[in-house]
Design a protein around this ligand. Structure first.
Ligand SMILES: *Cc1c(COP(=O)(O)O)cnc(C)c1O
Length: 365
């Protein structure tokens, strides 16, 4: 008899490097006696990320949310920021936290990113910026957004929390917009336990971010209103370990992506499509059902078998009680019909088959 193990499978599993490798960095921290405040490991991680991603300036931060808040702060944005309702709540909550107002602009069903065709309808005299998310790592319509921004004198920030390692037209996605941010949280494809970054393209802004994330002063010169957005040597050490493996991680995700596509393509599901000019990172495996009932049926069926996909993103941010409303029918509908399936390189063949079989069976009843 086959042993029908019902070990739970969750939507993701954090990648952990060899413990011994992490310990070699711990030894360095003990030798240096330097734990935080732009120590040698943080500096080394920043340089390695700068080279790996091919970006001019990077500031490593405590997390991806503080990176968004710092981006809004250093650009001195005041007023309405046009943003997407289809993202993690941190995108819009950062806008409010910084004293601005999110104005929700619906998404395109094609790429689940902000729909550039309706952005201009949302512009008022108070609009100061556009903050858009590269959803699941698929780039926004950056050219259309840039055109609108230039014409209307708006700043552009991209929430690139999902987009580590993604290139558009052979250029890092983090090089688009006035500023881009990333999250290096444990659930993301490249992680430093907690962590994030801001990418900028000019030296003055990079320096401003560097000081703003460190209480706003340089020595005794208090130049900016600052905050503590620094990260530690221990977090940087995790990043240094994981960066060495990132190419293998993305390759393994690509293989798994192809196995899922092959296994599920006959079902009435819609998958994300990767544009030709994009080098993708295979960060997530979302599937869109024909309707909410079908999504719920599969979700319940999987959960009974201890497989836990995640409704991500749900709810559409414009429906959250403390958020301003917005007319976003596409975002609301997608968030009702979408599930992210368990998707991470540590899944073995047996687990992968268990997931694919369960999804297929959920359609048979
Ligand atoms: C994870 C995530 C964030 C927040 O990043 P943290 O590092 O967890 O603060 C912001 N935006 C999006 C789209 C995310 O997925």
């Amino acid at each position: 008899m086959e042993n029908k193990s019902k070990e739970p499978i969750y939507v993701t599993k954090t990648y952990l490097p060899e413990k011994a490798e992490y310990e070699t960095y711990l030894d360095k921290i003990w030798q240096n006696g330097w734990l935080t405040n732009e120590g040698p490991l943080v500096k080394s991680l920043q340089i390695k990320l700068q080279n790996f991603l091919d970006v001019p300036y990077i500031q490593y931060t405590t997390n991806g949310t503080i990176a968004l808040q710092l981006a809004i702060k250093v650009l001195e944005l005041k007023g309405e920021i046009i943003t997407t309702p289809y993202s993690y709540v941190a995108t819009a909550s950062s806008i409010i936290w910084e004293g601005n107002k999110p104005v929700f602009c619906d998404i395109s069903a094609k790429d689940l990113c902000i729909d550039p065709n309706i952005i201009e309808d949302k512009i008022t005299d108070n609009t100061c910026a556009i903050l858009a998310t590269h959803v699941y790592g698929i780039p926004c319509s950056v050219e259309a957004i840039e055109k609108i921004a230039r014409k209307n004198n708006l700043k552009v920030i991209y929430d690139g929390a999902h987009a580590f390692g993604v290139n558009l037209n052979n250029k890092s996605i983090f090089n688009y917009g006035d500023l881009s941010t990333a999250s290096f949280h444990a659930t993301k494809i490249f992680h430093t336990v907690e962590g994030g970054a801001i990418f900028s393209k000019n030296k003055a802004l990079a320096e401003k971010i560097r000081h703003t994330k460190s209480f706003g002063h340089k020595g005794d010169d208090h130049k900016y209103l600052g905050i503590n957005g620094k990260n530690s040597e221990f977090h940087a050490a995790m990043g240094l370990c994981n960066l060495k493996r990132i190419d293998d991680i993305v390759e393994a995700r690509k293989n798994l992506f192809e196995i899922y596509m092959e296994g599920l393509k006959m079902l009435p599901l819609t998958f994300i499509s990767i544009p030709e000019n994009v080098r993708y990172n295979y960060a997530y495996f979302p599937v869109i059902f024909e309707n909410a009932e079908a999504r719920e049926r599969t979700q319940e069926f999987l959960e009974k078998q201890s497989i836990f996909p995640r409704r991500y993103f749900f709810p559409s941010i414009n429906t959250i009680a403390y958020m301003p409303r917005g007319n976003c029918p596409v975002s609301e509908e997608i968030s009702d019909k979408i599930l992210c399936l368990p998707f991470y390189p540590q899944l073995n063949d047996k687990e992968t088959n268990r997931i694919l079989t369960a999804v297929k069976k959920s359609f048979e009843r």
